[in-house]
Each structure stands twice: as structure tokens, then as C-alpha cells.
Design a protein around this ligand. Sequence first.
Ligand code: GDP
Length: 381
Amino acid sequence: MTKDKKSKIQYTDKRPDWVPENAGDEFAARVMIGVESGNPAIPGQTSEHQAPHSAAKNKLSVDDHVEGVLKDDRGILAQSITLVESNSLKHIEKAQEVIKKILPHTGKSIRVGITGVPGVGKSTFIEVLGTDLCKKGHKVAVLAIDPSSAKTRGSILGDKTRMELLSREKNSFIRPSPSGGTLGGVTRKTRETIMLCEAAGFDVILIETVGVGQSEISVRSMVDFFMLLMLPGGGDELQGIKKGIMEMSDLLVINKAEEDNFAIVTSTLQNYKMALHYIQSATEGWTTEVLKTSALNSVGIEEVWAKVLEFIETTKKSGIHEQRRKDQVVEWVMSMVENELLQKFYNEPAVAALLPGIKENVRSGKTPPTKAVREILEKFL
Ligand code: GDP
């Protein structure tokens, strides 16, 4: 039995209580192994008590990982994702070897980012879209980036009621957001998870993120197509952060567009269309449009997917698609460099010993900020 001090959730057996009761074994295999091997995004599981456990459990060799992923062995795929999510140096090195070997088998999916404020209907939308795509023969992986999950232990996708239908599709794979660490760390882990899923043959990758700022930029930097889900009547959202996210989007979708709020949906649609006139398109050669859906009633979702396909075709023809993918690899490399430098910096014993005193001196005014920076960096360099 696993019991987390801070959580009231208890597990009486190895099956977490958010797994649907009538879920088949393969559901358990796909989700459970990730849970078992220590995904702290799952309520009741913490990295502290799971990390050594998962390290001890992972007896797979690099080749076992590679072969298992390429065969789409869901258990091994889940364990490989756990490996790339690990912060231990030993695991990071092993994960890099796995990534290097699967690299030739990656890149062939359509990568779509989906954002919007909590409650706008992202999960409902992804469930309908994902299930439709599975029925059409696609293999769909759903991932999440949730910078708050370190605190809340996975507020998105970790929810037990979410995406039950989709999770029962044989061709779906749902993975909650990796948690812990910086957004940069979470970004690296998600990028590598995309690659693992692609190597396992998933041809559509949907990445959900909460519409709260920083994480959109990060998702934008790893997808081909980025869409923003909005609520009817959100005219005031054109201010501030929303405008920034609109500028990154290839499609705006007004969800919850139903008969009984027809007037408000129509005026919202007009408002956003007008606003788009004053915004430069996120992708060269593509005009960002506004569509409406009712995810709850499965209305309008096909039109959204048709737009995604049109976008992919257009950008492939113009060369933008390939260009963007190449730029994203460069960004990925740079963000890994930044991450590693930061990690090295904070792990440097001389820096760790110096920091508390210097911070105190800056607080009390004894050391001016610029001098403090020089003192710290001198120790590091
Ligand atoms: P998320 O937080 O963005 O993932 O939103 P959810 O998918 O969890 O949806 C939040 C609530 O809105 C749930 O109660 C859904 O049933 C409801 N919802 C989602 N899509 C629609 C829709 O198209 N119309 C209506 N009326 N409700 C919806």
C-alpha cells in the first residue's frame, strides 16, 4: 500500500483509483507502469518515495528500451518515458543513449499544441478529437505540460475522470505532465517523450497546456500547429496575456458554442476575427482563423482537424514546416545547454556554500547587487 503523508488518497492495491473500473488490462499497462515507476504527477505519489524504487526497478538495457519502444511495447514505452523524466545523472545518460538510437525513427508525426484557460474544455476537446482520430486509424499520444504540477501533483491529465473514453482506445497513449524541476526541465522531458512516442509509431501527438503564460511559449517551441481554445463572451481576454497567446496561435477555437448562446458566440467570433486583423500571423504564409466547436456535443471538431491538415500541407509545400522543425532542434539544444549550465551552477559546492551569505549581505545592503553577481560568478568560473 502506498500512502502519501500530504494526501488523503490511499491505494489498497497497485491500481490507482482513477483507473476506470471497467478498464482493460492494456489500460493498466499503459498508464500503470508510468505510475508504478514513479510519476509524481499522480496524486498520492511523490518523487521522494518513488525515485529510488524506479531506479531499482529499471533493469532494462539501452537496447531493451530501444527495441521495446520500436515494437510499441506500451510497458517499455512508459518505462522509457520515466527514464527520460528522471533527474538522476545516471538515468539522464542512459536516456540520452536511448534517444540517440531512436532518433532515426522520429519526426513523422503531426504535433499539435492545445491551450486555453482551465475549464475552457481542453480535455473534453482532446478526448473527442483523439477518439475520432483513433477510429480513423491514427495512433494518438496525449501529453501535457503543466508548470504548476510540481505543486499540485498534476492538475491536468492526472485527473481521474479525464479522457476515459480515449484511454480505452487501443491506439491511444495518455501521459500526465512530468512534474518537478524547472519549466526548462519539463520542456526537455516532453520533447524527448514526443520522440519516444513517434518512434513507437504514434502519428499524432497532442500536447495540452494550461493557458497561464510561460508554458505556451514552451509548447509552441515543440509543435507544428498551435491552437487556442476560448470561451464565448471573452472579449476582455483580448487584453494582456491572451493577446500574446493569440499571436502564437495558428487557430482560435471558440468552444462551448451552442444554440442557447448563439448571439454571444456570434459576437465573440466577430470580435476575435477583427482582433486578428491587427495581429501578425504566427506562421508565415498562413492566416489564423477563428472556428467554433462544442466539444461536449462533438460538433465542429472535424473542421478543426481539417484546418490542421490544411496547415500541414501548406507549410510542407512552402518549406516552413521543415524550417520550423530545424529551428526547434536548435532551440532544444540551446535550452539543454542553459539547463545543464544552471544545474552545474547550483550543484557547484563553492557556489552552494557562498550563496546564503551573499544573499543575506544583499538583503541587508552590505553588498551591492553587481558586486554580489561578480563574487558568485568568480566562484563558479
Ligand atoms: P479543461 O480544464 O480546459 O480541460 O476543461 P474540461 O474539458 O475539463 O471541461 C470543463 C467543463 O466544461 C466540464 O464540465 C465539461 O463537461 C464542460 N465542457 C467542455 N466542453 C464543453 C462544450 O463544448 N460545451 C459545454 N456546454 N460544456 C463543455
